[in-house]
Design a protein around this ligand. Structure first.
Ligand SMILES: *C1O[C@H](CO)[C@@H](O)[C@H](O)[C@H]1NC(C)=O
Ligand SMILES: *[C@@H]1O[C@H](CO)[C@@H](O)[C@H](O)[C@H]1NC(C)=O
Ligand SMILES: *[C@@H]1O[C@H](CO)[C@@H](O)[C@H](O)[C@H]1NC(C)=O
Ligand SMILES: *[C@@H]1O[C@H](CO)[C@@H](O)[C@H](O)[C@H]1NC(C)=O
Length: 495
């Protein structure tokens, strides 16, 4: 009897070995690995109203090259955007020092030399370049001078085109939400089926809309083709210069001065001294500039809390009268119908968040957005102040910006109730700020390969498959052996 049990031992051991091998192969390897060393990258987002610095980090081993770059920290530069130093460029460089010193502390010393550092400037500098190419070159030279004094691997200070700004925002959002590619729990990459997310960015001087489209764009300047992880993307993008929050407010001021002599978007009971030079020196208000005016003149302007007049003033910012394509958003710009889900970030988020959290108004539908806008625009200055806890910067301007956002989405981009349901307003994904900066760095450091990582993991994968097959074979062999022994044992006992 004992002999029979003993004779079953070898095939049982073999079976156990095969089973253990299979189980081990299915355990995600990343749980077993030690935490990898980190690499860092720094991007200065030089916007029109201010500059932000983002420090990104990712594991130094190149095996895992997607969905892993995240934000380490950020820093807000004090003072205005770099374009506001046109008259004194060296101060533009000086303004960055505090945040750069912080980066020296936060990036480990041994990583300083290999850490890429980029400065990207957007619509504020595009406008400055329009009015004075020399001044914009001087500002870029001044910030370059400051940035080269740091031990980081400085890769240049550039003005992004509106197209780049839109596309990199779209790349950032979809990268962070893992819409391009996802890391599966068994250690393989797969392509999620949910498709990509459209991106809407509202900055100080421009606004961008970017989304994947089915067919080619009727205007090639609105089309960008990308190859990411082996997948082809055809993306529609447009950047509207002078449609950022601050420039819209200036254009409304100019409109209010010209048409009314009061401000229908400001709350009743609020008034302010407007310096004409501040209103008219922007290239965005050129069309509204009077023939003669004294820049140093201050005009007293009062609010009237008039939602209907305010909306009328804002509608004057859009020109719907001509379109040379089958369809346009506004100002004769081609745009296919908005399709799929969207994320609205930066000032889109801040505006909607104010309506929701400070004013306590729901913004789930376009109709609710419209009601919320009318409600906020109908508040007097004292009502508004009573609602808002503590000091809230730019409180008098929320009605104008909210009305603009509502008109831009519904009339401008053509969102309707059913498409608006797919729009979320968010400023971060996880710990990372959604904006063009991360997409810009991912592209410049080649962290998004054109081919899928599965291909480069090909040897790993086939080795893995071979091992699985081997263990399965061992298991099968053990089973056959076991069966034969049992039969032989039965046979001998019947004899
Ligand atoms: C990203 O960088 C590559 C060059 O490395 C360039 O050809 C491509 O156009 C860039 N992508 C975008 C969206 O600008
Ligand atoms: C690889 O990427 C995944 C997906 O984002 C992440 O969760 C994981 O921690 C990364 N693994 C390593 C070893 O870095
Ligand atoms: C709208 O645009 C068209 C074509 O560019 C132009 O002729 C027209 O004057 C514009 N209308 C307004 C109100 O600006
Ligand atoms: C504006 O508020 C007043 C009371 O402050 C109210 O009577 C009026 O109906 C409101 N108008 C709109 C359009 O909500």
């Amino acid at each position: 009897m004992a002999g029979k049990v003993l004779s079953l031992l070898p095939p049982l051991l073999l079976a156990a070995a095969g089973l253990a091998g299979l189980l081990l192969l299915c355990v995600p390897t990343r749980d077993v690995r030690e935490p990898p060393a980190l690499k860092y990258g720094i991007v200065l987002d030089a916007g029109s109203s201010h500059t932000s610095m983002f420090i990104y980090k990712w594991p130094a081993d190149k095996k895992n090259d997607t969905g892993i770059v995240g934000q380490h920290s950020s820093c807000e530069v004090h003072g205005g955007g770099i374009s506001s130093y046109a008259d004194n460029p060296s101060r533009a460089g000086q303004s960055l020092v505090e945040c750069l010193d912080q980066a020296l502390q936060e990036v480990p010393r041994e990583r300083h030399v290999g850490t890429p550092l980029y400065l990207g400037a957007t619509a504020g500098m595009r406008l400055l370049k329009l009015t004075s190419p020399e001044a914009s070159a001087n500002v870029l030279a001044a910030v370059t001078q400051t940035l080269t004094q740091y031990p980081f691997d400085f890769r240049g200070a550039h003005i992004l085109s509106g197209q780049d700004e839109g596309v990199f925002g779209w790349v950032t959002a979809n990268y962070l939400l893992e819409n391009f590619i996802k890391y599966g729990w068994v250690g393989q990459w797969f392509r999620p089926r949910k498709g990509t997310l459209g991106a809407m960015d509202l900055g100080g001087a421009s606004t961008q809309i970017t989304f994947e489209m089915a067919g080619p764009a009727e205007d090639p300047t609105n089309e960008v083709q990308l190859r990411l992880y082996g997948q082809h993307y055809r993306v529609y993008t447009h950047s509207f210069l002078c449609y950022g929050r601050d420039q819209v407010l200036l254009r409304l001021l100019a409109g209010a001065l010209q048409t009314y002599g009061f401000h229908p978007c400001w709350p009743r009971g609020y008034s302010s001294q407007v310096l004409l030079q501040d209103v008219y020196e922007s290239p965005c208000t050129v069309a509204q500039r009077p023939q003669t005016f004294t820049g140093s003149t201050r005009v007293n302007l009062s609010g009237t809390s008039d939602p209907a007049l305010c909306r009328g003033l804002i509608l004057e910012l859009f020109n719907f009268s001509s379109c040379h394509f089958s369809q346009c958003s506004f100002n004769g710009i081609f745009q296919p119908p908005v399709a799929g889900n969207f994320i609205g970030f930066s000032a889109f988020f801040y505006t909607v968040d104010f309506l929701r959290t400070v004013m306590g108004l729901p913004v789930e539908t376009l109709q609710q957005l419209e009601v919320a806008v009318v409600t906020i625009c109908n508040q007097t200055w004292s009502e508004l102040q009573a609602r808002v806890p503590g000091e809230q910067a730019r409180l008098p301007d929320y009605c104008a910006v909210a009305t603009f956002v509502q008109q831009l989405l519904s009339q401008g981009y053509g969102f309707q109730e059913h498409t608006f349901r797919g729009v979320t307003f968010q400023k971060k994904a996880g710990d990372t700020t959604v904006g063009w900066a991360l997409g810009y760095m991912l592209n410049l450091t080649n962290l998004i390969p054109a081919e899928p990582p599965g291909m480069r993991k090909g040897t790993d994968l086939s080795a893995w498959v071979a091992l699985v097959l081997l263990c399965t074979a061992i298991l099968l062999a053990a089973a056959v052996l076991l069966l034969r022994r049992v039969r032989a044992a039965k046979l001998s006992s019947t004899i």
